[in-house]
Design a protein around this ligand. Structure first.
Ligand SMILES: NC(=O)c1ccc[n+]([C@@H]2O[C@H](COP(=O)([O-])OP(=O)(O)OC[C@H]3O[C@@H](n4cnc5c(N)ncnc54)[C@H](O)[C@@H]3O)[C@@H](O)[C@H]2O)c1
Length: 340
């Protein structure tokens, strides 16, 4: 049997492990890096790092990790096969750049967004190429087979896609970027962008925008449920796709996929979606992180070439976010250039 791959986690918060230790009810899903590595016998979680030493130590105990540190340099000057970067958004660039410059691993599994500007993302892409390191960004829906099936259906062009509606909350940079990534994964890069409204989400300290992505044959309208107050209602991350013969909704939080086919209606000659008998199935979202870690294993041992969730797709996402900001400021539709 192949040797186990060593893994380290930098940033020991919720996506690193907390979501799995604080789960409510009997949900068997795996929502964290530590949860996914621990479940996969081909990995051994060797080190955890958090600037807050007591957080690192309690995380180490919780997940039975070899060692804990509050000094990231100890990870940069060591070697692990894989390093997960789960720090807050603004720390991603510096941490990832340090890992790359020190040649501290073969694969980096970075939380989204990869970095906060196009220059930073381009810089990390260059460094990763120079050092021969796989840089994988955690947009989980790209690791789910059901999302892949919807993507295939759209790319076939039959049935035709007529319109897309989507909902998100808690900030364009924070959560909107994941919705933009999901839409570009499903539909490809848009031709143009128009932002027409925004509200300030004081919980994350940034604006959530309402915007439209224009594609050749359809538009995707993206709305936030945030309001100009700090009131928290609920999480939502929904993508509703209206095809010529069916409606497919990746519901609420990506956990189920609902399909309504065109059927007969109560009157002769009237076609309508069959809202009484929707087909409903689970997506693989609850196990997307284990699927991501499986992919990470395969590219780290060179069984596969790294071609998913790359810095290139993050550059496209960032270009769309920049166009949304510019569109809102200039009150005009912004054409998108050629993809990176
Ligand atoms: N992919 C997803 O579905 C998903 C979901 C939630 C969060 N995220 C992303 O994950 C990242 C972390 O979010 P979170 O909610 O887990 O945050 P969190 O605040 O719960 O945890 C972050 C941890 O990183 C530590 N930290 C901060 N700077 C550090 C540094 N330079 N070196 C080492 N440790 C450092 C903090 O002390 C904290 O313990 C964010 O970028 C967020 O956007 C992604």
């Amino acid at each position: 049997m192949n040797r186990k791959l060593s893994a380290a986690i930098i940033g020991a918060g919720r996506i690193a492990g907390g979501y799995d230790t604080e789960k409510i009810g009997s949900d068997a899903g795996v929502y964290t890096h530590a949860g996914a590595y621990t479940r996969d016998e081909r990995f051994v979680l060797r080190t955890v790092c958090d600037l807050d030493g007591s957080q690192a130590e309690s995380f180490r105990k919780q997940w039975n990790i070899g060692s804990a540190t509050s000094h990231p340099e100890e990870i940069y000057t060591d070697y692990h096969d894989v390093i997960s970067v789960c720090t807050p958004d603004t720390a991603h660039f510096e941490v990832i750049r340090n890992i790359l410059e020190h040649g501290a691993c073969r694969t980096i599994f970075a939380e989204k967004p990869l970095a906060t500007t196009r220059d930073e993302i381009a810089h990390l892409r260059r460094l990763a190429e120079e050092h021969g390191v796989n840089l994988v960004v955690d947009y989980q829906r790209r690791f789910d087979n059901r999302h892949a099936r919807v993507r295939d259906l759209i790319s076939r062009g039959r049935p035709g896609l007529l319109a897309v509606n989507a909902f998100y909350m808690k900030g364009l940079e924070h959560n909107g970027v994941a919705l933009v990534d999901t839409l570009t994964y499903l539909c490809g890069p848009p031709d143009a962008v128009l932002a027409y409204n925004r509200v300030f989400n004081s919980t994350v300290g940034e604006y959530s925008y309402d915007f439209i992505l224009f594609f050749e044959r359809f538009n995707a309208t993206v709305r936030t449920i945030d309001t100009d107050s700090s009131e928290y209602h609920y999480h939502i991350f929904e993508v509703d796709l209206l095809f010529s013969d069916r409606r497919m909704t990746i519901n609420d939080n990506s956990r189920t996929l609902e399909q309504r086919m065109v059927g007969e209606y109560a009157y002769g000659g009237v076609k309508a979606l069959d809202d009484k008998n929707p087909l409903r199935e689970d997506t693989g979202y609850r196990f997307a992180l284990p699927a991501a870690v499986d992919y990470i294993y395969e590219i780290t041992v060179n069984n596969k070439v790294h071609d998913r969730n790359t810095p290139e797709s993050s550059l496209i996402d960032r270009a769309i976010l920049d166009a949304i900001l510019l569109s809102y400021e200039n009150k005009t539709k912004i054409p998108m250039g050629a993809p990176v």
